[in-house]
Design a protein around this ligand. Structure first.
Ligand code: EPU
Length: 429
């Protein structure tokens, strides 16, 4: 097991190239189950969640290759194998196997998903959608059993705006008879990406990116080539890093439109940002940052996935700020770790209160989940001395080559094996 070590306080300059979007990739890969011919997706990020899904596709009989960011799947010989345990438990996105397998085979057995603990993460809206389409859904010993004689289009109103439920219902509906309408659908760019991919295969999906999505069932989805969208959360993370520690940091291969809320918040803090050719965002670091409040909301609001790294940046700003996460109101595990580094941040109810500026000090901290890990990387880069981040596996689930990318910008960041004593402490806590 490795830990990430960061010697903080160095100014960062240069260009970082953003990888394909994790939260698109983890949906596009299960979507390949629905195809009746081979498909190829370009730009898939080299992250551990992708490898888990690759193994899952292979487990059900898919022939998969993943080289140089190109993910190819021959789904022809896939079978409806039950997946009650094992890998499905290690990532959240395994819930997409439910919709995709239900869509293709009319039945599926998939263990309840794992992934980052951000407080309760129910999947009732996914199930509501599957049931509306005609599936019988039961929870048996921690696995979801889905069975349908046939799937028939339906009108489904989501009580909670959910990225996962919107995509999963699209998967189950592409082969359903007649029309499915998803109301109060999520509008995240990843949903448009997945709908574009399905439409390229022959699906008939309209309205992705709005809150009403209409799906006309079809008989066959054929093969296609698709290029994934860039990861707006990885891009936002490097923008935050640029604001905290730049120089001049160029965040390349982005869709600036996807990052408007982040650009607005950074500008509100006094950070200079330029947009070049609609595909690069240039961020100039600043010492005297103004404090702001942030409130995470569904897209196009401020993304919950950047709330944690942004909170690390706020510790450098002057004044009192309030952080509210309306999507996951318990997504505050990073706060204790930031406090260990000297941050003056307290969680009260659904808010974190930040008092700044504080000068962070490097110490040993734990990445409790993916974006908490990103927050600690931001903090470590800003801090005086050396920060050691444990449980790096969480960061590796979603950030491709974070060490090498930061080193190329001039950061001092490297991996070391953890000592037996550290392994023992981690085991006990
Ligand atoms: N929710 C329900 N019932 C449901 C589904 C969701 O109550 O059936 C609630 C959730 O508990 C949450 C809210 O609705 O409070 C939104 O959840 P959503 O379903 O949109 O989240 P998700 O699909 O499980 C994806 C990303 C998350 C990201 C959220 C919000 C994947 C695999 N995960 O999760 O990404 O935070 O959308 O944008 O796509 C991350 O990348 O670090 C991450 C956690």
């Amino acid at each position: 097991m490795a830990k990430l070590k960061i010697e903080g306080g160095h100014q960062l300059n240069g260009t970082v190239r953003i990888s394909g979007a994790k939260n698109s990739a983890v949906a596009l890969i299960p979507a390949t189950i629905l195809a009746k011919e081979s498909v190829m997706i370009e730009g898939i990020p080299n992250i551990s969640d992708v490898y888990q899904l690759k193994d899952l596709l292979e487990e059900i009989g898919g022939i998969v290759t993943f080289e140089n960011e190109v993910f190819s799947v021959n789904p022809i010989n896939m079978v409806n194998m039950p997946l009650p345990n094992g890998r499905v438990k290690s990532l959240r996105a395994s819930y997409y196997l439910m919709g995709a397998m239900l869509g293709r085979f009319k039945s599926a057995v998939v263990g309840l998903p794992g992934g980052c603990y951000l407080g309760p993460r129910p999947i009732d809206q996914h199930i509501k959608g599957f049931e509306a389409l005609g599936a019988k859904v039961t929870n048996e010993h921690g696995a979801i059993y889905l069975r349908a004689k046939e799937l028939v289009g339906a009108r489904i109103y989501l009580d909670v705006v959910s990225v996962g439920a919107t995509i999963n219902i699209m998967f189950a509906a592409v082969y359903a008879k007649g029309q499915t309408i998803i109301e109060n659908a999520a509008k995240e760019p990843e949903i448009i990406d997945v709908a574009t991919f399905l439409n390229n295969m022959g699906a008939k999906i309209k309205g992705a990116g709005t809150d009403v999505i209409r799906i006309e069932g079809v008989n066959v989805l054929k093969g296609c080539n698709h290029t994934i969208i860039p990861d707006r959360i990885e891009a936002g993370t490097y923008m935050i890093i640029g604001a905290a520690c730049g120089g001049r940091v160029v965040v390349d291969n982005v869709i600036p439109y996807h990052l408007e809320s982040v650009i607005a918040k950074l500008r509100e803090m006094g950070v200079r940002i330029e947009i070049e050719d609609d595909e690069r965002i240039v961020v100039y670091g600043k010492e005297d940052l103004k404090m702001v409040d942030i409130k995470s909301l569904v897209y196009p609001g401020f993304p919950t996935d950047l709330q944690q790294p942004f909170t690390a940046l706020l510790t450098k700003a002057k004044g009192n700020g309030i952080v509210t996460d309306t999507i996951y109101n318990a997504r505050f595990k990073h706060i204790d770790e930031l406090a260990r580094m000297g941050a003056d941040v307290k969680v009260k109810g659904m808010n974190a209160f930040v008092n700044g500026p504080t000068h962070l000090q490097g110490t040993k901290v734990r990445a409790t989940d993916l974006r908490a890990g990103a927050a600690l990387v931001v903090a470590g880069l800003m801090a005086e001395g050396t920060t050691e981040i444990f449980n790096v596996e969480h960061i590796d689930r979603g950030y491709e080559e974070i060490g090498p990318k930061l080193c190329a910008l001039g950061a001092r960041i490297w991996r070391e094996n953890i000592t037996p004593e550290e392994a023992e402490i981690l085991k006990q806590s």
